[in-house]
Design a protein around this ligand. Structure first.
Ligand code: AMP
Length: 334
């Protein structure tokens, strides 16, 4: 059986884990990166494309039973229309993609799960506090800005429209800026074991908001930006974990009720932890996040379940392996 994925994001981790679990591995990559992926001996097959339509053909062309693993770059690279035309079984719930792509639907799912979320503002006119304005899709924070009042929101939106970063202001989400520290909680829902596992945590290292604190504030007057350039590991105070689990389990139950087939596999609750140790979730990812690349040897949390090196990539492959043995592949793929 073949496990394949698109060459980007967390594909090395995914294929490394798949190999460890005994699968044949295949990467589908832009021609320019072909030599890069050929360097790794855990990748059995490197298939390259010159156009995105060709990438879709390669994903759909499989001569053996195979499972395709989606990750954060899939929709960014291929676009939703092509992703909808993927015929190969996907690990995870493909019906969740649309919820994730729409900022408003995304936040509504968190709200339905009774997870604490930042206040959001429908119109710039309603803004009455410090806000962060966010663009759609996983663009790694590009174009985001902070505004202190409605005038600054309008000004910033006009700049985004002029720069053609957005077509209409309905595409953005205007969210209360929550003061605290970011922690991104990585989870895995196993339909086979019927349990939520915590697989790790990370902090996104963002330029230049993280760089600004290196200089005294009286030296500079630069607006913070939120372009992700890396990830930093973190572990949380144990007393935060019960709430994080409560949120994760609520989320899994809500997805089950609202998005047919429910949560399958990795997801992430992107949060700010405030000074009274509240967890405020400002976004979720319904698939593997790049912050899991920190833990190819397993995280301090994955050891609690497995007592062996267990990356999220390997955990995905383990779930597929057990599902196949138990004739339950239909429960983990869509
Ligand atoms: P996102 O693309 O939603 O993951 O956001 C990118 C970055 O913006 C995060 O890593 C945070 O640093 C910051 N951020 C996003 N939403 C909020 C919020 N509501 N309050 C404070 N910071 C936020």
């Amino acid at each position: 059986m073949i496990i394949s994925t698109l060459g980007s994001h967390s594909s090395l981790q995914i294929l490394h884990g798949a190999k460890k679990e005994g699968f044949t591995t295949s990467v589908i990559t832009d021609k320019n990166r072909e030599n890069f992926y050929k360097r790794f001996n855990f990748i059995d097959e490197v298939r390259s494309y010159n156009s995105l339509d060709e990438a879709l053909d390669l994903i759909n062309k499989n001569n053996e039973e195979s499972v395709f693993i989606p990750h954060g770059s899939l929709i960014e690279y291929l676009g939703m229309e092509r992703v909808k035309r993927i015929k190969t079984p996907i690990f995870g719930n493909r019906n969740l993609f649309e919820w994730e792509a729409n900022q408003h639907k995304k936040m509504s799912l968190l709200k339905m799960a009774k997870i604490k979320i930042p206040e959001s503002f429908e119109s710039p006119e309603d803004v009455d506090r410090l806000v962060i304005v966010k663009l759609p899709g996983a663009k790694g924070g590009k174009g985001y800005f902070i505004a202190k009042n409605k005038e600054e929101v309008k000004e910033g939106l006009n700049k985004l429209l002029e720069a053609k970063l957005i077509k209409s202001i309905d595409e953005v989400i205007i969210q209360e800026y929550v003061l605290g520290i970011p922690i991104y909680f990585h989870f895995f829902y196993s339909p086979i074991f019927k349990r939520v596992e915590i697989t790790g945590m990370d902090i996104r290292y963002e330029t230049n908001v993280d760089g600004l604190r290196r200089l005294p504030t009286n030296l500079i007057s630069v607006e913070p930006t939120f372009v992700v350039a890396g990830n930093i590991p973190v572990i949380a105070r144990e007393s935060i974990l019960p709430r994080a689990f409560e949120y994760a389990e609520n989320f899994v139950n809500t997805v089950k009720e609202n998005v047919p087939l429910g949560m399958i596999g990795p997801f992430c609750l992107e949060s700010i932890v405030t000074d009274n140790l509240d967890i405020v979730v400002f976004e979720f990812s319904g698939r593997i996040v790049a912050g899991t690349n920190l833990y190819i040897e397993g995280s301090p949390y994955s050891w609690l379940y497995w007592d062996e090196p267990m990356s999220v990539g390997r955990r995905i492959a383990r779930e597929i392996k057990i599902a196949k043995l138990e004739n339950k592949l239909g429960e983990v793929t869509t």
